[in-house]
Design a protein around this ligand. Sequence first.
Ligand SMILES: Cc1ncc(COP(=O)(O)O)c(C=O)c1O
Length: 364
Amino acid sequence: MKVANNLLRPQYLKYKDEYLKKVEEVLDSGWYVLGNEVKAFEEEFATYNNVKYCVGVANGLDALILAFEALNLEEGDEVIAPANTYIASIMGFTRNGLVPKFVEPDEFYNLDISKIEEAIGPKTKAICVVHLYGQIANMEEIMRIAKKHNLYVVEDCAQSHGASLHGKKCGTWGDVGCFSFYPTKNLGGFGDGGAIITNNKDFEEEIRMMRNYGSKKTYYFEKVGFNSRLDELQAGLLRVKLKYLDELTEERRKDAERFIKEINNPKILLPAYQFNREGHVFHLFVIQVEDRDDFMKYCEEREIGLKIHYPQPPHLSDAYRYLGYKENDFPITENQANHIVSLPMYNGMTKEEVDYIIGEMNKY
Ligand SMILES: Cc1ncc(COP(=O)(O)O)c(C=O)c1O
């Protein structure tokens, strides 16, 4: 049996009629940028997250760039960030002239809270939290540390739409929450898209202005801004999908829970819930194996699609060579990068596919 690592078509087909109706509605409206769909999506996504404001932007990286821009920090100020994240989390603040202070992950692939304080120095002004692979980080503890050291907190929720801790959703614990609606994301659109959420009126106003050339009033410009807008079509389609997000998340959790319960192989290290079910939305299902090349060959022969999220940590990338890091500076991160691998995980996986993966994992 052939199982792809990810397929986008099944979830599209599930709601196809509604999506196509929405496309027709938006095209018929004759209004394609910053209109009623974006406004309605912003309201609905804010309500979904139980937060005051949402601003739609062009993608997840822009959400991060605009969020850090709104904090108005000084060039050279430092930001605590996970060493093992997707590189966009880091680009979001280095694009604003800020400097990463990397912190190693815990066994849940999120910031190890016992290592945050030792990375804080006099120039540290913010923490960039990433809820990696869909699991919410230990926000209670992170907020306690942030308060103690007077740091801003920006949450990168690109992989964690809907994950919550004690009933409080990711993106609402810190100052600003940043989302990506890239098609593969749990709330994925049909092209690029992103948003920020916040309870802070000043940040909301600044980001809303900056996404639109630094303009509040048409053709009057207060700052040198960006063009980073969510378009009407994406917003309309995201409104359709948002209605089903909890249902889609539940489907992912059920598949993930079958993997966790039924894969019993000492050669495979499975992911785990740090808190409870609500804390993990399983954007990705990441395992660790000792001999990854051997495991990947085994899966290739059995046509099980795998991916590595991510093979090279940001501090070892050419993009961040200028920071001067070298191999072994973050051994936990680097060790994980050499052993992690993502099993198939997407909405619309069939029971037969899940059965097949479990069977082959147990035979490995
Ligand atoms: C953790 C994380 N942050 C940021 C991004 C950037 O989002 P986008 O691709 O929409 O720019 C992504 C995904 O691509 C991501 O996985």
